[in-house]
Design a protein around this ligand. Structure first.
Ligand SMILES: [Zn+2]
Length: 331
């Protein structure tokens, strides 16, 4: 019998705190709603999420993935690094134009040490908002262009970099295989999460029914405004797309999602912009791929709402750091 992915690890050398979720801002609540009632577009949390404090860093982790003793994973956060962003010290893990390469490398080393993966080969990709998926048996000589990586080899640390986009980690507890996925709106539209589950089946014989998925901190449906042309793209591709969008509202609209549900859209002037819940879209895609809903764990931490913890490309007008979300097999 493989170990249960749902048991909680009892050995740890770090302190663990439960992630505190802040209430969504009142800006997009419908006027007239009771102030203590949940926002209609608040993302649902699935699974248990923790913040691991290690070597001065805070690392977001899924408790369910932590239950696998051979697996190491983590979603990095903003505080604790050597990079200087305005007057703040931050853990920038991406080679951005405002930061020095050696500082980023120093941050990456610190992050790997904090996770206990100092000797792992870190494998980031040259991300291009595609649905290109790379299988790795060893670390490549240079960064491959693409947005997802898969492996069943130990000692490799698959990595995806984000600053609002959705980081997704997939794990097959049966065949001991892993994946790291970068899903922005383009990758989501190109079904990168669904395709990665397919690649795991092709390369490792992974049955999607056994796969576990951790969808990490990303910009939430509370903050991610997109134009109606993006909404139209999603509506043309996915039957359940109306469930992932909401109108940016003032509270005066008689039927806020009417535009989305009309077929064809355009019988009344469309809204200027809409709110897209990318995590919800990716969760739906993974269910379509055959994953069991109870095996998909979704963090509800919004990178734009929680700038004490995260970088937000949108909220910081592009001048910010990058998180790294990693997964590896330890033996
Ligand atoms: Zn938000």
């Amino acid at each position: 019998m493989p170990p249960s992915p749902f048991s909680t690890s009892t050995t740890s050398d770090y302190t663990v705190t439960t992630v505190a979720t802040r209430k969504t801002s009142a800006r997009y609540r419908v006027i007239g709603q009771r102030s203590n009632s949940p926002s209609p577009i608040a993302p649902a949390t699935h699974g248990k999420w923790r913040i691991k404090n290690s070597r001065g860093l805070k690392i977001v982790q899924s408790a369910e993935l932590n239950g696998l003793p051979w697996l190491i994973h983590g979603f990095s956060t903003r505080p604790g690094g050597a990079s200087k962003l305005a007057a703040e010290r931050v853990l920038n893990l991406g080679f951005t134009d405002w930061d020095e390469g050696k500082t980023v490398q120093q941050n990456r080393d610190k992050f790997q040490k904090a996770l206990g993966t100092k000797d792992f080969a870190l494998i980031p990709l040259r991300q291009i908002h595609s649905a290109v998926i790379h299988p790795f048996e060893s670390a490549p000589a240079q960064h491959c262009p693409g947005d997802a990586s898969i492996s069943n080899r130990s000692g490799l640390l698959l990595a995806t970099q984000t600053a609002d986009c959705v980081p997704i980690l997939l794990v097959d507890p049966r065949s001991r295989a892993i994946a790291a996925i970068h899903a922005g709106w383009k990758g989501t539209l190109n079904r990168i999460a669904q395709k990665t589950a397919g690649e795991m089946r092709k390369h490792f014989g992974s049955n999607p029914k056994n796969l576990l998925a951790a969808i990490g901190p990303a910009i939430g449906g509370c903050c991610y405004e997109v134009g109606t042309e993006i909404a139209a793209n999603f509506l043309s591709q996915f039957a359940n797309a109306p469930e992932w969008f909401d109108e940016f509202r003032t509270g005066d609209e008689p039927n806020p999602v009417q535009w989305l549900n009309m077929k064809p859209p355009g019988h009344q002037p469309p809204p200027q912009s809409l709110l897209l819940d990318l995590r919800k879209a990716n969760r739906a895609q993974l269910v379509d791929a055959g994953l069991q809903p109870q095996n998909i764990f979704v963090s509800d931490l919004c990178t734009a709402c929680r700038r004490d913890l995260f970088f937000s490309h949108r909220k910081e007008a592009g001048h910010t750091g990058r998180h790294m979300s990693v997964v590896g097999i330890s033996n």
